[in-house]
Design a protein around this ligand. Structure first.
Ligand code: FE2
Length: 322
């Protein structure tokens, strides 16, 4: 069983030998106030047991059949991470099974890799709080961060923009909806090598939306941000000579982003893929999939040694899944 609670989603997934049996969740309604950590944690606390139960039912397994538990250790929002960890620890104690803390970003990459049948891809990880270009260094057993955002994640940028111009900030999709058919207006474009920055782009877009149509500015913002990601990722693809390229994380649900990345891959005759959207959004199944592989290799930890970390960079984690 895998438990995810790093941000707005409390997710519980159950897997068996790499097969996903269930992937249930409850998602905090963002509203106009964004995410207030303690409120989101309260929401998770209230819904946790019901989601665990739903996941067991959907998987058609009993609690006592669970043979190991993984939970999101970080990165994420402290009070939210703590809820998932506490549930995981309580269950591991009760069932007397192995437990393992999981890096959220690594779970995103690994689920995309698995569900798009890739062995060693370059990964673009794009979500609310994170935007990184990642590649596994299998000899040194950890992920390399080849490029990343200098300031905010692309998902948070799209959500903040939506809120600031009065759109319903439904996790980026409101910008995508209104952007369809817009005209391009020039916006700041910041790529340095394989790194990029979004804050200046958003500020300018908010300013421009006061004297231009929201549709045109939303379209231009999305095109500019995604083009920046494409340029940085293309540079990383050429540098690493990767023959596989995947996108993962919440923003990987964007059809426009996937189409743009796919065209980059096509140009270089590189295989491109992503997990189905259910597994790009935060979810418990991705935690369960990675936890199962790590536990099978004997890397469980003691319940009393479990912890959570708000800042938990993927390149600080040893890769224990192979
Ligand atoms: Fe995520």
């Amino acid at each position: 069983m895998g438990i995810e609670s790093s941000a707005h989603t409390f997710g519980v997934g159950i897997v068996e030998n790499g097969r996903i049996l269930s992937n249930e969740k409850s998602v905090y309604p963002i509203g106009n106030s964004g995410m207030i950590p303690i409120k989101v944690a309260e929401f998770h606390n209230k819904n946790a047991d019901e989601v665990i139960l739903r996941s067991l039912e959907r998987a058609d397994v009993r609690l006592k059949d669970i043979s190991g538990i993984g939970y999101t250790m970080g990165p994420g929002i402290g009070p939210c991470l703590k809820v998932g960890m506490s549930k995981a620890k309580a269950m591991a104690n009760e069932l007397n099974v192995d437990i393992v803390p999981i890096n959220h970003g690594m779970a995103h990459v690994e689920v995309a890799k698995r569900l798009s049948n890739m062995r060693d891809p370059l990964a673009l990880y794009v979500s609310g709080g994170n935007s990184q270009i990642l590649k596994l260094d299998s000899e040194r057993r950890h992920y390399l961060v080849l490029g990343e955002t200098f300031d905010i994640g692309v998902g948070n940028m799209l959500d903040s923009f939506a809120r600031k111009i009065g759109l319903d900030p439904a996790w980026g999709s409101s910008v995508a909806k209104i952007a369809t058919g817009g005209k391009y207006i020039k916006l700041p474009y910041t790529v340095k090598g394989m790194d990029f920055a979004f804050a200046g782009l958003m500020t300018k877009a908010v300013e421009l939306s006061k004297r231009n149509s929201k549709k045109d500015v939303s379209f231009s913002l999305q095109e500019t941000a995604f083009a920046m990601l494409c340029e940085a990722a293309e540079r990383a693809l050429l540098l690493t000579k990767s023959r596989e390229f995947c996108v993962c994380g919440g923003v990987a649900q964007s059809e426009r982003l996937k189409a743009m990345l796919e065209s980059v891959a096509r140009e270089h005759k590189i295989k491109f893929g992503a997990a189905p959207n259910e597994f790009n959004a935060d979810n418990g199944a991705m935690i369960a999939l990675l936890a199962e592989r790590v536990l099978k290799r004997g890397y469980g930890v003691k319940v009393e040694d479990c912890d959570y970390m708000q800042r938990y960079r993927i390149n600080d984690v040893e890769y224990l899944a192979d």
